[in-house]
Design a protein around this ligand. Structure first.
Ligand code: NCD
Ligand code: ZN
Length: 336
């Protein structure tokens, strides 16, 4: 018997879309992967890093030209140049949040403790206008906990949880704390990346009991946990060299991968909440006018390509990306 599911196109609350020819390959594949809304991570990988509203809107416009049917929500990068005025301006122009990387946290020279102290005026403005703070943490640190205590109304998302400890911590916190989980962390454990550079990402996949905690929270349908793929493409040769770049590329087949993996542990019925509903509710966002659509999935074999080319003018390993599960079969595909 053929199994068919129709559901809203999904939301990816953590995606890396890159620049130049790589962006030109990636952006049109977001919709192909079954996603209609995504939250774009800006970061030191982008040159220059996106720290102003103008830069974020210019980047959004570039993405929209390549993928007119996708809603792109934009973020800014937390850095000392960011001001409370810029936060208010960002909010007015539809920017959704601010991403903090570990290096955004300054070290207090006397105590040696990492502190967000210099950003408190920025966080206060974010709390007032309702911008989200995205934390790139393995586990909420002491300074993250302090931040939450000091700004109880500031919505915070712990990005790409990989451990049972992180899941337990987020669950124990209140309604203002959300958490993204990637597709690949629902599948991989330490053994999968130890000998396979293409599965190497940051944060790295952990132990079977950690993966089980991620799967359990999806099965539970917990409303504050939602999809953020952290899809992060790097050219094949940079993944295959001695100091492999971190990142797994899932954008082109995001929802077929996710449906396949969820189905493998009895969670296909959790796809809708995890990938289509929870994140939108937490963020309080929706597709832009005319960009909402539905997707239909069928339970049929789908072969994942060995690579996606983004630059024909250079040698093949330099101009292509190896996707997650390359050369393997998925059990679900999108038919519309
Ligand atoms: C990210 C990327 O390549 O943009 N890679 C990843 O494995 N998540 C960068 C990073 O967060 O290290
Ligand atoms: Zn990321």
């Amino acid at each position: 018997m053929q199994t068919i599911i129709t559901l809203p196109a999904a939301c990816d609350f953590h995606i890396h879309t890159r620049q130049g020819v790589l962006m030109e390959m990636v952006a049109p594949r977001i919709a192909e992967g079954g996603v209609s809304l995504c939250y774009v991570m800006v970061e030191p990988n982008l040159k220059p890093p996106i720290t102003s509203t103008e830069q974020a809107l210019e980047y959004k416009a570039q993405l929209e030209r390549l993928a007119p049917n996708v809603t792109f929500l934009m973020s800014l990068y937390l850095c000392p140049e960011l001001t409370p005025e810029e936060i208010r301006k960002a909010k007015k122009h539809g920017i959704v949040g601010v991403k903090s990387y570990p290096r955004g946290v300054t070290t207090n020279s006397e105590s040696g403790i990492e502190s967000y102290a210099i950003y408190y005026p920025v966080f206060k403005a974010m709390e007032e206008v309702g911008l989200i703070l995205n934390l790139h943490g393995e586990l909420p640190s002491d300074s993250d906990q302090q931040l939450h205590n000091d700004f109880p109304k500031l919505k915070i998302v712990l990005e790409h949880a990989t451990t049972k400890a992180a899941v337990d911590t987020v669950k124990a916190l209140g309604d203002t704390i959300g958490c993204t989980i990637t597709i690949h962390h629902l599948q991989l454990t330490v053994d999968d990346w130890a000998g396979q550079c293409h599965n190497f990402c940051k944060p790295v996949a952990k132990f079977p009991h950690d993966r089980q905690a991620l799967r359990d929270v999806v099965l539970e349908g917990h409303p504050r946990f939602f999809l953020g793929t952290d899809s992060a493409p790097h050219p094949a040769y940079l993944k295959e060299c001695a100091h492999s770049c971190a990142g797994v590329f899932t954008t082109p087949l995001a929802i077929p991968y996710l449906a396949t993996i969820l189905d493998s542990f009895g969670a296909i019925n959790c796809l809708r909440k995890f990938a289509c509903e929870n994140g939108k509710k937490f963020y309080g966002v929706n597709e832009e006018e005319g960009k909402y659509r539905e997707i239909t999935l069928v339970k049929e074999t789908l072969l994942v390509p060995h690579s996606y080319s983004f630059d024909e003018s250079v040698e093949e390993r330099r101009g292509s990306i190896v996707p997650f599960f390359a050369g393997k079969n998925l059990t679900w595909k999108i038919i519309n």
